[in-house]
Design a binder for this molecule. Structure first.
Ligand code: GLU
Length: 271
């Protein structure tokens, strides 16, 4: 068993992260496996050096230990590029010139920017694509999921809570694999790194369950092994809203300063 906690160093850890990290840690302890810490720092404009250090301090305070120096995804852009080339060679990527505004306009609900992509740029002609690319306008690159699904056939994954889940490749439309601002994306980097680090079980919030459908397709396209999953319930505030970086009052560092013990923190997330 190799499990990991993979936070983004764009803020301080809150109780939701604590829950995720502790579940992964406990499962590794129970099986005598290995626990890894990995920094998913591709949101490079929001990353701060103090957040990396703060996360390590928090996890150590919780009693966690790891052997290797945590990987940083920003150090691995060349590796992601190799995988992208494989997908390009299979003819599975296309440039997307949609702006945030275009995406918002086609989203089913207001503010629902990350919902299913309409596929608008998939149907651009080669000529239009080339003209736009030559003009130097910025673009992201998306995976043509219809083609990819044909390539990989029927897939499933196994989740501790949800059981065997049949993969619906198009659940989020054509996902972005290369963002406009950086030569990778969450979906691409997470799949490559989990495989490269030999992760056998991914523990994360159930908000990422739909992303796993994409990840399973990417694993298959890139020749990576299948991994097990545990998509856990989300920790919410008193109003029932899931915790986010804005909940700084529930940051672990804040609770610690207020004198909370480790036991009290764990009890607060139901562990
Ligand atoms: N970096 C992601 C986050 O902080 C974690 C995603 C994952 O565990 O796959 O939400």
């Amino acid at each position: 068993m190799v499990s990991r906690f993979a936070p983004s160093p764009t803020g301080r850890l809150h109780l939701g992260h604590v829950y995720s990290a502790c579940l992964a840690w406990n499962r590794v302890q129970a099986s005598g496996g290995e626990f890894l810490l990995r920094f998913e720092d591709i949101d490079h404009t929001r990353v701060r050096e103090e957040y990396y250090a703060g996360i390590e301090t928090d996890l150590r305070w919780l009693g966690m230990r790891w052997q290797d120096e945590p990987w940083r995804q920003l150090d691995r852009l060349a590796i992601y590029e190799e995988a992208l080339q494989q997908l390009r060679d299979l003819g599975l990527l296309y440039p997307c010139f949609c702006t945030r505004k275009d995406l918002a306009a086609s989203a089913p609900q207001e503010g629902d920017e990350v919902s299913k992509y309409s596929g608008q740029c998939r149907s651009l002609t080669q000529e239009v694509r080339e003209t736009k690319l030559a003009s130097g306008v910025t673009c992201s690159w998306r995976l043509d999921m219809t083609k990819a699904a044909r390539e990989v056939g029927s897939l499933s994954f196994v989740d501790e809570r949800f059981g065997k889940v049949h993969v619906e490749p198009e659940v989020l439309g054509d996902p972005v694999l290369v963002r406009k601002d950086i030569a990778t994306s969450y979906h691409l980097a997470v799949v490559i790194d989990d495989a490269a680090q030999g992760v056998s079980e991914v523990v994360r919030g159930e908000d990422l369950l739909s992303s796993t459908h994409i990840h399973r397709v990417l694993q298959e396209l890139l020749g990576f092994p299948e991994v097990g999953y545990l998509h856990h319930r989300l920790i919410t505030d008193e109003a029932g809203k899931r915790l986010a970086k804005r909940h700084d009052a529930l940051a672990l560092a804040t609770l610690r300063e207020r004198g909370w013990s480790r036991e009290r923190v764990l009890a607060a997330v139901g562990l």
